[in-house]
Every structure is written in structure tokens, then in C-alpha cells.
Design a binder for this molecule. Structure first.
Ligand code: PSV
Ligand code: MN
Length: 451
């Protein structure tokens, strides 16, 4: 890994705002040819860090507070994002793509080592099933990682053709419940406190099943699962408006997930997958509603243009991502406790891009949106809102959104001993070429890993 010489964490704690100005020449990044170069002059020739610092000071935002928040922000990556995946038409295998949980964890450790903010990895059962979970936990620990959310799989067995937790047959429902309870046990063994539950349940035709009866079965099944949840573990209920079912989906929207969570109890919360809404849905408003109900459990970040496209986060609609974080940070500022315990997770199955680099890019795009939302002048926003000044309120957001936060992120990374450009640094490390040589390519024929 190429790293630049920077101060230690202890020194970083002692950095004053003025010191940031003095160390302008230390900020460097590594370009494609491996040379380091200063990235520190604005168009006006002004030192970029000082320019940002000045703008922040005008808004009464201490730069060190922002940098600390950026460093403490965490994003969880998904094991399944490191393996080969594809559409129902074709899987294009990526050289060296991970095929075992160990390989997925090794790749995730790369993402963490270059970004510094991804110590947790979500797993999907049975894709990642292992015999000895203590060994997995220990192995993850040696890589500086922890196992994050455990995702049950209620969509890939033949018995689930007509559903899982909502199936008309009690025996099938019981099998599905037992699988989720097995995942709860796995979570306990690996030290995780989150179960992310998504159902493919639904119907394809009007009349295929009784929709209210399906709903009752769903609630019964969820209650059986909830009863097995140990204290401190959260059940995150994910929704999606269609696919694989086309007429009705049993958990189609945030309202249905919220109602279920409210009926279950405080350990049940809603998971927002950013790819799971109809065109034009205002996800930021959903986030605001869930925060207000104290039930926003977490996110599955990815981006979409048409359906559940599973593209690099923030690649299609970065402003939407910013608006989501604006709601969260606004709620944090107002003391909404829910805003402090959100699980920020990526759920991305990119098909034609380099596996690890695309994951890093998603992490960086999330971090960028988060950093921009930290820059919103909340006092000015409130004043504009209270004055009914529609344009000014929008301009307050626009000012934050249009701020170039790259020098700020570079500074945050450098203070952690990281290269300011994680993608360039990862490319220079040679890891991808090495695993492409070492790992035996396994070709899968279906769109989902493990299928
Ligand atoms: C379903 O589309 C989903 O978003 C769920 O979270 C699944 O667990 C995941 O994708 C599978 O890739
Ligand atoms: Mn998801």
C-alpha cells in the first residue's frame, strides 16, 4: 500500500485550526504514475484547506469537528459484493473475485485498510455458511474486521416458490422461521447485533392468494422470529416494491415494514434499501418519517436508474444521497437519538466493474455525501425556513452540496495515516493482480452468488 508521510493520531488530536493552515504543503496525493503531488491550490491560488477552513468559519463550523465526524463515520460492506454476480442474462466472472468467505473477508479488509471506515462486513446465509463460526470471527479479527449484519436467505430454495414467511403451508413457514432463527444464533456466535431480513414473498396474479391472509401469516411468522431475538439484537425489516413478485409484494414499502416493526416491539426497525422504491420516490422524506418514529434501523446503499439496479452508490443520483444525509444530520442536531444508531450498509452487486475498486468507490461516494451534509449551515437553514424564504433555504443546501469536500476528506484520511486517494492507492498496491493470479477462477452460471 502506498502511503504518504503524515502525523500520528496523537498529533492529529492536537491539531488546531491554525495548524491546518501551516501544514498545507504536507497534503499530497499519489497520481497514476505513483508520484506524489500537491493538491493544495485552488483556482485563485489559495491554499485549498485554508479556503475550506475560511468558508467553514464563516458558517461557524469548526473544521476539526467536521474531520472527527468524517473519521468516525462507518460503512459496512457486504460479503456478496466481492463475489461474481450478474443479471439473469449473464455473469461475467471477474479475475480473482472472491469465492469463499475467507476471500471475501480478505477483500473487505482491503477496503477497510484504504478507506479506514469499513471494519464491519455483512454476511448472507447460506452463501457464507461455515461450520465453525468462532474460527470465522477470529479470522475476521486478525484482518481487523468484525462480522456485521447477518442476512437470512428466504428466496433460493424450491420450497419458497409461493413464499416463505407468508407461505400458505405452515410447514414451509416453519422452515423459513427456523432459518432466520439459525441466523440469529450465527449472529450471536460471531458477535453481531443485527439481522437484516428481506423477503421475496409476493404474488404474480390477482387472486393468486388472499392478501390479508398473507399479511396475518407474515405477522405470525415475524412474531415467532422476534421472540427468538436476544436482548440487544435488532431485527431490521427491509422492504421492496416489486421483484421477484410482480402483482403484490408482502413487504412492499416503508409503511408496511414500519407497521410490522411497531407491532413486534422496540428491537424491530426498518431497513431502507435505496434501490427498492418506485421512480421518483422521495427517499429523504421516508428517512425523515422513520427518524421521527424512532425506527430507522439502517440502510442498504446502492444506486439505481430504473429498478433495483445495484449500481455504485451515488453514481446515478448523488444529490439524493446528500438529501438523505441532510435529514439524518439535521435530526442529529435536533437531538433525535435514532440518528445515532443507524447501520450504514452497502448492498451492491456490481457486475461489470472491478469488485474491490467499485466497493471502495461506493464507500467514498457515501463519505462524500455525508461530509457535504455536515457542512449545511443549520442556523441559516432554519432562519430561511422560518422566514418562508424558499429560495434561500434551498441555496443553503446548495452551498453545502456544491462545496468541494475532496481536500477535507483527504485531510481526514491523512490524519489517519491513509492515502488521500484510496482508489489510486489500492491500484498501486498490486492486490487485485495478485489475487487474480492466486485464486482459481470459478465460473458461476446464475445471477446470484451461491446459486
Ligand atoms: C434484495 O433485492 C436485496 O436488496 C436484499 O437485501 C437481499 O438480501 C440482497 O438484495 C441480495 O443481494
Ligand atoms: Mn438490500
Amino acid at each position: 500500500m502506498q502511503r504518504v508521510a503524515v502525523r500520528s493520531a496523537k498529533d492529529a488530536d492536537e491539531v488546531s485550526q491554525g495548524a491546518l493552515l501551516r501544514q498545507k504543503n504536507r497534503i499530497r496525493h499519489t497520481n497514476r504514475s505513483g508520484e506524489t503531488q500537491a493538491i493544495h491550490k485552488s483556482d485563485k491560488g489559495e491554499d485549498v484547506s485554508s479556503e475550506i477552513e475560511n468558508r467553514l468559519q464563516e458558517r461557524g463550523i469548526p473544521i476539526n469537528t467536521v474531520i472527527t465526524a468524517i473519521q468516525q463515520f462507518r460503512v459496512e460492506t457486504p460479503s456478496w459484493g466481492y463475489g461474481n454476480s450478474g443479471t439473469r442474462f449473464k455473469v461475467f466472472p471477474w479475475p480473482g473475485a472472491a469465492t469463499t468467505l475467507r476471500e471475501k473477508l480478505a477483500d473487505a479488509a482491503q477496503v477497510h485498510s484504504f478507506t479506514g471506515i469499513c471494519p464491519r462486513v455483512a454476511i448472507h446465509i447460506p452463501w457464507d455458511k461455515e461450520d465453525n463460526w468462532q474460527v470465522v470471527k477470529d479470522f475476521a479479527g486478525t484482518l481487523g474486521l468484525q462480522i456485521g449484519a447477518v442476512n437470512p436467505n428466504l428466496f433460493q430454495e424450491d420450497i419458497y416458490r409461493l413464499g416463505s414467511l407468508c407461505h400458505i403451508d405452515r410447514g414451509v413457514r416453519q422452515r423459513a422461521i427456523e432459518h432466520v432463527i439459525e441466523c440469529i444464533h450465527i449472529a450471536q456466535l460471531v458477535g453481531s447485533d443485527v439481522i437484516s431480513l428481506w423477503l421475496a414473498d409476493g404474488t404474480n396474479y390477482p387472486g393468486q392468494d388472499d392478501l390479508r391472509r398473507r399479511r396475518h401469516r407474515l405477522l405470525d411468522s415475524l412474531q415467532a422470529i422476534y421472540a427468538a431475538l436476544p436482548g440487544g439484537m435488532r431485527l431490521l425489516i427491509e422492504y421492496k416494491f416489486f421483484e421477484p413478485a410482480f402483482y403484490s409484494t408482502d413487504l412492499p414499502d416503508w409503511g408496511t415494514s414500519l407497521l410490522m416493526a411497531q407491532k413486534l416491539g422496540l428491537q424491530a426497525e426498518v431497513l431502507v434499501d435505496t434501490g427498492h422504491h418506485p421512480q421518483g420516490t422521495n427517499i429523504a422524506q421516508i428517512v425523515a418519517q422513520l427518524l421521527d418514529e424512532d425506527r430507522l434501523g439502517g440502510f442498504h446503499f446502492n444506486d439505481r436508474r430504473y429498478a433495483d439496479d445495484d449500481l455504485i452508490v451515488g453514481s446515478q443520483n448523488p444529490f439524493e444521497l446528500f438529501c438523505i444525509f441532510n435529514e439524518i444530520i439535521g435530526a442529529k442536531d435536533q437531538g433525535v437519538v435514532n440518528a445515532e444508531r443507524i447501520a450504514y450498509m452497502i448492498d451492491q452487486s456490481h457486475n461489470i466493474e472491478p469488485k474491490i475498486e467499485a466497493m471502495i468507490q461506493s464507500v467514498l461516494n457515501i463519505q462524500t455525501a455525508y461530509a457535504k451534509a455536515l457542512l449545511v449551515n443549520r442556523t441559516a437553514l432554519r432562519e430561511a425556513q422560518e422566514a418562508g424564504d424558499v429560495l434561500e433555504a434551498y441555496r443553503v443546501l446548495q452551498t453545502a452540496y456544491e462545496t468541494d469536500v475532496r481536500p477535507l476528506l483527504a485531510e481526514a484520511r491523512m490524519r489517519q495515516g491513509l492515502n488521500p486517494d484510496p482508489i489510486v492507492a489500492f491500484r498501486a498496491s498490486g492486490y487485485a493482480a495478485r489475487v487474480a493470479r492466486e485464486r482459481v477462477a470459478k465460473v458461476s452460471i446464475s445471477g446470484y452468488p451461491g446459486a
